[in-house]
Design a protein around this ligand. Structure first.
Ligand SMILES: Nc1ncnc2c1ncn2[C@@H]1O[C@H](COP(=O)(O)OP(=O)(O)OP(=O)(O)O)[C@@H](O)[C@H]1O
Ligand SMILES: [Mg+2]
Length: 297
């Protein structure tokens, strides 16, 4: 499926949710068509948090949502996760309604706050989704050990969240979101509260996790370099009303090939420039000319 054009919402033959839609979209991680979310305030004033959202996230693709505060990034993620409902349009997750996808645990969620249960150990927090879905004790133990290894916290299994740093707590939350091996991860500024060094380490960690699991990711961030370093595609949004204004293909290679040295690479800087231009316009980027003609869009 081609990159959706925000200005021309494609008419869909079965917007009412017929079987053809489910079949056609089943191979895509997320499909949003004509999605709108209008909030009504206390005094009846309406806020159009999102309008005309056309977005397809392919299976295994890493897509970042970037844009100024209030442009509807969290709202869009919450709609995909079925934590909220659109006022118009429809969302499919692996061809299912977002409600069904939530029931089927088709995705894992990690938000800005780690959201760990303070009375459970690190291991018990990570195993929670497995426990809720009735996995037996030995399966849970094995999976938790694997995940602790993956996020580098094998020595902290018996610790409690308040004995960990913010970055470690966030890694626990990420491990928990991976517990059921979701093919889709929804992440809302998961590294927002971390210092720069931890943040870069976590980004590299996330790329590694993604290379190993092949999961699709929808990732909300305010950081242009973070979006470029992690993503296959950066979706640029703009507020009042919240909408998609641009999409930038980042061609820096697969997750497995993105090492730390990529941060110094010309292609990386060109990607950063392309996203910055999309956000602020070309005149805002002094070195904009240098990026033209580079294969980042
Ligand atoms: N529950 C709600 N009730 C009313 N208005 C809301 C609600 N949730 C969000 N909004 C409004 O919708 C718009 C988009 O909010 P949203 O939280 O999605 O923005 P965001 O892009 O995630 O911003 P940030 O970068 O600051 O997290 C804002 O104008 C916000 O005030
Ligand atoms: Mg937000």
């Amino acid at each position: 499926m081609s990159t959706p054009n925000p200005s021309t919402p494609a008419p869909h033959p079965s917007a009412s949710g017929g079987a053809t839609t489910a079949t056609a979209d089943a191979t895509e991680a997320v499909v949003a068509r004509g999605v709108e979310r209008v909030f009504t305030g206390a005094k009846g004033a309406e806020v159009t948090a999102l309008t005309g959202i056309e977005l397809t996230v392919h299976d295994g693709e890493f897509v970042s949502l970037i844009g100024p505060s209030g442009c509807g990034k969290s709202t869009l993620l919450r709609l995909i996760a079925d934590l909220d409902e659109p006022t118009a349009g429809e969302i499919r997750v692996f061809g299912k309604t977002s409600r069904q996808a939530r029931i089927d645990q088709s995705y894992g969620i990690a938000f800005q706050q780690a959201g760990l249960l303070p009375w459970r150990t690190v291991a018990a927090n990570i195993e929670l989704p497995l426990q809720l879905h009735g996995a037996d004790a030995s399966t849970r133990r094995a999976r938790v050990a694997e995940l602790l290894e993956l996020v580098g916290l094998a020595d902290f299994a018996k610790h409690y969240p308040d004995q960990l740093s913010g970055g470690m707590q966030q890694r626990v939350a990420i491990a928990r979101s991976l517990a059921e091996q979701p093919r889709l991860l929804l992440m809302d500024e998961p590294f927002g509260a971390l210092d720069e060094m931890t943040r870069e380490r976590m980004q590299t960690e996330l790329l590694k996790i993604r290379a190993e699991t092949g999961a699709a990711v929808v990732f909300v961030t305010h950081s242009i370099p973070e979006a470029v370093y992690l993503s296959d595609r950066v979706v640029v949004m703009s507020p009042r009303p919240g909408r998609i204004t641009d999409e930038i293909d980042v061609r820096l290679g697969g997750a497995a090939e993105r090492g730390e040295d990529l941060r110094e690479d010309a292609a990386f800087f060109a990607g950063v420039t392309a996203v910055r231009e999309a956000l602020h316009g070309p005149e805002a980027t002094p070195a904009a000319g240098a990026a033209r003609g580079v294969d980042v869009r």
